[in-house]
Design a protein around this ligand. Structure first.
Ligand code: SF4
Ligand code: SF4
Length: 529
């Protein structure tokens, strides 16, 4: 495949053949099925000419005029990416990344999607930037002082080129493993995200699970789950009852406590999918005497900020609501629950927009957990966690933010059979559900996510437990991130991992609480969900 093929109408550019995918260990080596094909009806209304997958559901233009308008809108958005007024957030790293790449391809072998696909050309980390560079070279560089040196013009802009480019921006999990190894500091993940941003901010195009069902719903009702403040009250009552049932402890989850030391900003999806995570936080904080609260304000009880994956404006709207909720309560700091992208959003990127009294200290809850565990305030018995445990490193917390050791020091203290994945720490692989993929259920995208973007993670997780393959031996992947847990659930369901290998997934705080000696029964219940 050459770059100029990108502009050719007709057949899809890549056909995913299960036989070419990176091999998995037995018994998963014979389980791959072909990725579901779109139905003829779906094909008639959405483009899948990149690789047979559609995440955006783009409808082809009805006329030549519509196609022209689409292209012009794209070019106007592309020009905006290179003006400091429109792109003050990421202009510099974008230009640097497009300009400095010497095409050495060191990054390609680091990309889990590219390698797991059987080195499918279109998934190379350098493919998206190269297409963008050529579009710039042919269509906008003359008018732009920053872009004059870009070469390569062999690409034609038409509907097909842009539909494929939009889809291709969503075949990268934004894990930044490629950026980590680039000798020139080129960040190809940033380029994927800038393409997504152009499509969203200029053209109103983004996956519906991320934009409409995610950001828009969160701004409207308070949470991307659709959970309203009254529904939050009901759910917290349920969680308090569960805590009492499991532990005999009557714990009131503090909500809207003015002047608390900590606002726990937690992913509300967990309250529904994995309530045990918030239960464990409540039990741990109660035992350690932490002065904390949740907020019931719109967006204040849901840490997610999907804008971090696709749109600076939507990102800023949610980040401001989060900071405002903390300010209204007068808390001393915000502690982010076990959610990786929320860490990136609120602790790293929000620095660019939060000023003065909205610039409230923001930290990860992981070092706080370490402080509690190491303080000796609560009694822990590691023999309660005497089962094989491995650790997944969420890309945003670990590679991006450098939170590497606190979770390991905790696990070494409370989990006698803790073992690392290979590789791990800042070199670890993305779960495959990063950048919104874990919440995306459209058409046949989930098949791609499980069999390609999650494939490397599945392989290294299975290998970490290679000495204990029997499903009779229950094993635990500690994944301290809501999206990573969502991806693990989907991935394990797709391949039947719970049944075949007995591997369970959960957070870090649950393992700590499971080791607490004043709980009569084990906290972890090993019920698949
Ligand atoms: S992005 Fe970096 S590592 Fe990848 S090809 Fe370019 S210069 Fe090489
Ligand atoms: S960010 Fe991750 S998925 Fe995207 S190109 Fe780089 S290594 Fe591949």
């Amino acid at each position: 495949m050459t770059i100029s093929d990108f502009s050719q109408s007709g057949d899809q550019l890549a056909v995913i053949n299960p036989a070419n995918l990176m091999p998995l260990p037995a018994p998963y080596d014979k389980l791959d099925k072909p990725i579901k094909a779109l139905t003829p009806e779906q094909r008639s209304r959405m483009d899948a000419s990149l690789d047979g997958i559609s995440i955006l559901g783009l409808a082809p233009p009805a006329s030549h005029e519509e196609e022209r308008a689409f292209i012009e809108k794209f070019l106007a958005g592309l020009a905006k990416l290179f003006t400091s007024g429109d792109n003050w957030t990421f202009l510099q790293p974008l230009v640097h990344s497009l300009d400095y790449c010497v095409k050495c391809q060191i990054c390609s072998d680091m990309c889990p999607a590219y390698v797991a696909s059987g080195r499918e050309e279109i998934y190379r980390p350098t493919m998206r930037p190269e297409i963008l560079r050529r579009i710039i070279g042919k269509y906008i560089k003359k008018s732009h002082p920053l872009l004059r040196k870009f070469r390569g013009t062999d690409i034609d802009l038409n509907w097909q080129t842009l539909a494929r480019l939009g889809e291709l921006a969503y075949r990268c999990t934004l894990c930044r493993r490629c950026a980590q190894v680039c000798p020139l500091g080129v960040d190809n993940a940033l380029i994927s995200r800038e393409i997504r941003k152009l499509f969203s901010q200029q053209m109103g195009i983004a996956p519906k699970e991320i934009h409409e069902k995610g950001t828009v719903q969160q701004l409207k009702v308070g949470s991307s789950t659709g959970m309203t403040p009254p529904a939050l009250t009901d759910i917290l009552e349920f969680i308090e009852e569960e805590i009492e049932e499991k532990t005999g402890k009557k714990i009131k989850i503090p909500v809207d406590k003015k002047g608390a030391d900590i606002l726990l900003l937690h992913n509300a999806g967990e309250f529904i999918a994995w309530p045990e995570n918030l239960e464990a936080f409540a039990i741990l904080f109660d035992a350690a005497g932490i002065d904390w609260t949740l907020s019931s304000e719109i967006a204040g009880y849901d840490a997610v900020n999907y804008g971090v994956w696709y749109d600076d404006v939507q990102f800023a709207r949610i980040a401001l609501l989060h900071a405002q909720a903390a300010k209204n309560l007068g808390v001393k700091k915000i502690s982010l629950g076990e959610c990786g992208h929320a860490h990136k959003a609120m602790i790293v990127i929000a620095d660019r927009i939060l000023t003065r009294d909205l610039n409230i200290p923001r930290e990860s809850s992981i070092p706080l957990m370490e402080e509690i565990v190491m303080s000796g305030k609560i009694k822990l018995d590691p023999s309660r966690n005497d089962f094989p445990v491995t650790l997944h490193d969420p890309c945003n917390m670990v590679r991006l933010m450098g939170i590497v050791e606190p979770q390991r020091r905790i696990l070494r203290k409370i989990a006698p059979q803790f073992r690392e994945m290979t590789p791990h720490g800042v070199e670890n692989y993305c779960c495959g559900g990063g950048s919104g993929f874990a919440v995306t259920q459209s058409t046949n995208f989930p098949d791609w996510r499980s069999s390609i973007s999650g494939r490397m993670k599945l392989k290294q997780t299975l290998e970490a437990f290679g000495d204990v393959p029997s499903p009779e031996i229950k094993k635990y992947v500690c994944a301290p991130c809501s999206n990573c847990k969502g991806q693990y659930r989907e991935l394990f369901n797709y391949y039947g991992v719970w049944e075949k290998s007995g591997i369970f997934y959960g957070g870090l705080v649950e393992l700590i609480v499971n080791a607490m000696t004043d709980l009569k029964k084990p906290f972890i219940q090993w019920e698949w969900h």
